[in-house]
Design a protein around this ligand. Structure first.
Ligand SMILES: C[S@@+](CC[C@H](N)C(=O)[O-])C[C@H]1O[C@@H](n2cnc3c(N)ncnc32)[C@H](O)[C@@H]1O
Length: 509
């Protein structure tokens, strides 16, 4: 209730600036049960927020006098918690946790702010202070959550327990390596919890997250892996530590390798060949063009005629996901859409003084298109980003199979698709890459990086796609260009048959 009140009364921009998203109470309870197992005398929450962890701890151990320390940098949020709470065992310090002196606690429970370090105002001062305090080099730590984790790990007493929410990406990034190394070397990491339907449980999370359960006992060398399906599964859980689908030896979790594929592979019937490489070796996926006012920028044939917009001031553009229904999109398909009066052009002003363009822009301004969130930041507001058509497009939201398109048209695209821009290696292998993306095996491997929005709706961000694994150049050479071209030719008329052919090719690898 407090959360609903706070969220409705606080601008999103403020919440974003402080990395505020809230742990649902049932998840906080699981985490609280873990840290309470050895009867701690002192507990720390470095990012207190609205105090969900403290509240859950009081529910589990109402009578116990555990000294609870919280840090919270934002006075505004603290005012909400503080209004009707007066607890003798609770101290909340209105300060930056990262600037605080090193402490020592029997238990640490935390959902740290998740934001790029570049956005963190005090970053230069804080990084060097923490490096000094923890005696660890923090070069390349691009996310503030990982700095919270590094400090907390050091503040945990011997035999102490820690429950920490982290963005899943930290398992795969460069800066994550050093932390993973520490978690393993000190035998801290006991359990990793992931959520297969994350949006069901964390509706507000902007990134895929996981929970780390740690204990500083220097014992054991294996990690339990738990995947939680939905809310009701959490409600029925009594001890999260008894619930896991897999146990992995530390030796099978090398700190210098990405952990996401290792963990995802446990839940998939598809095994990824060892020497697969990242898609980014072949190029980069980019988000499509964000106009900020698609209704204004997307143009149909009749609208183009009505406003007499010349070729020079428009460009071909896929503006909606439904406009492409087959895995191959050609110039003929484009023309068909255009003749059907679908919005497949985009305003792309080059001649700013043309009277017809001025007239169209005026209608936009009349409808206040220039005052929208995105348009008002551009100068002039109607100038969109310059893009080339991408040879492969990927659906952003997908249900079931991932939507992958080999684009032969000259159309660029809005944000309904991510665009793949190949480098030299990618350009040489573009048809083979498409065949891989279309195959069942390729799709299963790519889906390991998806974000689940519940109800079988999955989302892939460009970064998720760039990180996906695919055959390396040597493996691509086992396929001929003709074989890949056959898949594409078949896909023009029969998607099922094309998938079957692509499966055969990928199985060869
Ligand atoms: C992700 S929220 C978690 C809130 C709460 N613990 C929960 O789980 O619902 C992170 C909280 O940390 C606070 N915060 C951000 N930067 C901080 C800093 N440097 N030191 C202490 N608190 C910070 C934010 O204001 C926010 O309330």
């Amino acid at each position: 209730m407090l959360e609903a009140k706070y969220t409705s009364e606080t601008p999103l921009s403020h919440r974003k600036d402080y990395g505020q998203f809230f742990t649902p109470a049932p998840v906080a309870r699981l985490m609280a049960e873990w840290v309470l197992k050895d009867n701690p005398k002192t507990l720390l929450d470095p990012a207190f927020g609205l105090g969900v962890f403290y509240d859950e701890i009081k529910k589990i151990k109402p009578g116990n006098h555990i000294l609870f320390t919280g840090y919270e940098i934002d006075k505004r949020i603290l005012n909400y918690y503080g209004a009707d709470n007066d607890h003798s065992d609770l101290t909340v310090i209105n300060n930056d946790y990262l600037e605080s002196d090193m402490g020592a606690y029997d238990g640490i429970i935390c959902n740290p702010p998740y934001m790029r370090f570049q956005k963190f105002l005090n970053r230069h001062k804080v990084l060097s202070t923490i490096e000094e305090k923890t005696k660890k080099k923090l070069v390349g730590y691009s996310n503030i959550s990982s700095v919270f984790l590094v400090k907390a790990m050091q503040e945990l007493n011997h035999n102490g327990r820690m429950a920490f929410i982290m963005p899943f990406e930290f398992f795969n990034t460069g800066y994550g390596k050093e932390i993973k190394k520490n978690l393993l070397e000190e035998r801290l990491l006991k359990q990793i919890i992931i959520f297969s339907n994350e949006k069901d449980i964390f509706p507000d999370a902007t990134t895929t997250i996981c929970i780390l359960l740690c204990r500083k006992d220097h014992k054991e060398d294996s990690v339990k892996i738990t995947s939680i399906e939905n809310k009701s599964e959490i409600d029925n859980l009594h001890d999260i530590n008894d619930f896991c689908q897999h146990v992995i030896k530390y030796s099978d979790l090398p700190y210098n390798k990405k952990w996401t594929p290792i963990i995802s592979a446990l839940y998939s019937s598809h095994k990824i060949p060892e020497d697969f490489c990242n898609i980014s070796l072949y190029g980069a996926f980019k988000r499509g063009i964000a106009t900020g006012a698609n209704g204004f920028f997307a143009l149909t044939k009749s609208r183009i005629k009505e406003f007499q917009l010349g070729e020079n001031n428009i460009c071909k553009c896929i503006t909606k996901s439904q406009q492409i229904r087959k895995p191959v999109f050609t110039e003929d398909d484009f023309t068909e859409l255009y003749n059907d009066d679908k919005p497949v052009y985009c305003l792309d002003v080059k001649d700013h003084n043309s009277p017809s363009v001025r007239n169209y822009i005026k209608t936009g301004e009349h409808s206040e298109m220039h005052k929208r969130y995105l348009t008002k930041t551009r100068n002039p507001w109607y100038k969109i980003e310059h893009r080339h058509p991408a040879p492969i497009l990927f659906g952003v939201f997908n249900r079931g199979r991932l939507k992958v398109v080999r684009n032969y048209s000259e159309a660029i695209n809005f944000t309904c698709f991510h665009s793949f821009y190949p480098n030299l290696f990618g350009a040489e292998n573009i048809n083979k890459l498409f065949a891989y993306f279309l195959s069942d095996r390729g799709q299963a491997i790519i889906k390991m990086n998806k974000r689940s929005y519940g109800n079988k709706l999955d989302k892939l961000e460009p970064g998720d796609l760039n990180d996906c694994l695919c055959p390396n150049q040597k493996q691509m050479k086992t396929l001929t260009e003709q074989e890949a071209a056959n898949v594409i030719e078949t896909a023009k008329s029969d998607e099922e048959a094309a998938i079957h052919k692509s499966n055969e090719l990928v199985d060869k690898i």
